[in-house]
Structures are given as C-alpha cells and as structure tokens.
Design a protein around this ligand. Structure first.
Ligand code: IDP
Ligand code: MG
Length: 159
C-alpha cells in the first residue's frame, strides 16, 4: 500500500531548446534514475492561451513575447512525475533559472547556458504543481500503476 505522500505530483516540460538539441532521453533518464515514477508523458504544441496561463506570473515582463515565441517554436514534452516530496526534488534536479550559473550536476547546470533557453520547466510549489498538472493533463492521461522498484527507492516507513 502506498501512502499519499509518495503520490505527490509535479509537472515537467522539456522545452523546445532541449527538443532541438536531442536531450529528451538525457533529461527523462535523470528523472528515471532518481527513482521518480512517470505517470504521464506526451508531446504537445503549446498555444498562446495555455502559455498565458502557464506564465501568468511573467505576463508583464518585457521578455514575455520572446518567451512565448520560444515555447511555441517546437512541441514540448510534458511529463507528470510522482514521488515523496517530488516537487522539491525535481526543482533541485533542475537547478536555478539562469542555467549558466546553475549548480553543476543539475539538469540546467550540466546541459544549458541561457536564462530563457534553460531546457526544462518544473512546478515550483505543491499548490502550483496541482494546477499545472491539471492544466497539461486530462485525468485519463495520468496512469496509476505499481512500480516494483519502489521497495528499493523508499524505506518501508516512507511508503
Ligand atoms: P523557473 O523556470 O526557474 O521557474 P521563472 O521565473 O518561473 O523560472 O520563469 C519561467 C521561465 O521564463 C524561465 O524558465 C525562462 O525560460 C524564462 N525567463 C525567466 N526570466 C527570464 C528573463 O529574465 N529573460 C528571459 N527569459 C526569462
Ligand atoms: Mg517558474
């Protein structure tokens, strides 16, 4: 039996720069190797409507138009990952926004140099993760299943 803690969900987008640079496998592999459970995965094109919602906190910024253009320049890969304190764990794996100063070992720190072209998006709080997962995934696109490696990823009292 899994307890609700390991069912925390977060949204990750693999951004157009990473799609163009052939980094889907590299990035997805890092989340898999961490022990996270992939419960949703799809390629999708983003339009202005979803980008206005997704980046509503940046709507007034001078770089918003450029950011939206970048995010529409190719499809993205959307994934929903599940795990114990997964929102925080994924943010740490991704590293800070400005990729060229992101910590070595993080996805942005290892794979990118730009502030805007920083290869991934990750939800920044549990509250926002709930909104973002439901914005990008229909209920039927999220899959519940037993992940057999969990007994080696978590201690019994964490599951
Ligand atoms: P985050 O992706 O690390 O959560 P946010 O501040 O939420 O960072 O910004 C969302 C995205 O907007 C960034 O990942 C980046 O692609 C873009 N962005 C943020 N700040 C700038 C900027 O100053 N110039 C250009 N693009 C930016
Ligand atoms: Mg953000």
């Amino acid at each position: 039996m899994e307890f609700d803690g390991v069912k925390e969900k977060t949204l990750v987008l693999i951004k157009p720069d990473a799609i163009q640079r052939g980094l889907i496998g590299e990035i997805t592999g890092r989340f898999e190797r961490k022990g996270l459970k992939l419960v949703g995965l799809k390629m999708m094109g983003l339009d202005d409507e979803i980008l206005k919602q997704h980046y509503s906190h940046l709507a007034d910024k001078p770089f918003f138009a450029g950011l939206a253009k970048f995010m529409k320049s190719s499809p993205v890969v959307a994934m929903c990952l599940e795990g114990l304190e997964v929102v925080q764990a994924v943010r740490l794996l991704c590293g800070i926004t400005k990729a060229r100063t992101a910590e070595a070992g993080s996805i942005r720190g290892d794979l990118a140099m730009s502030v805007s072209c920083n290869v991934v998006h990750a939800s920044d709080s549990v509250e926002n993760a709930k909104l973002e997962v439901s914005r990008f995934f229909d209920e039927k696109e999220l899959h519940g299943y037993t992940k057999s490696e969990y007994e080696h990823v978590y201690a019994e009292d964490e599951m």
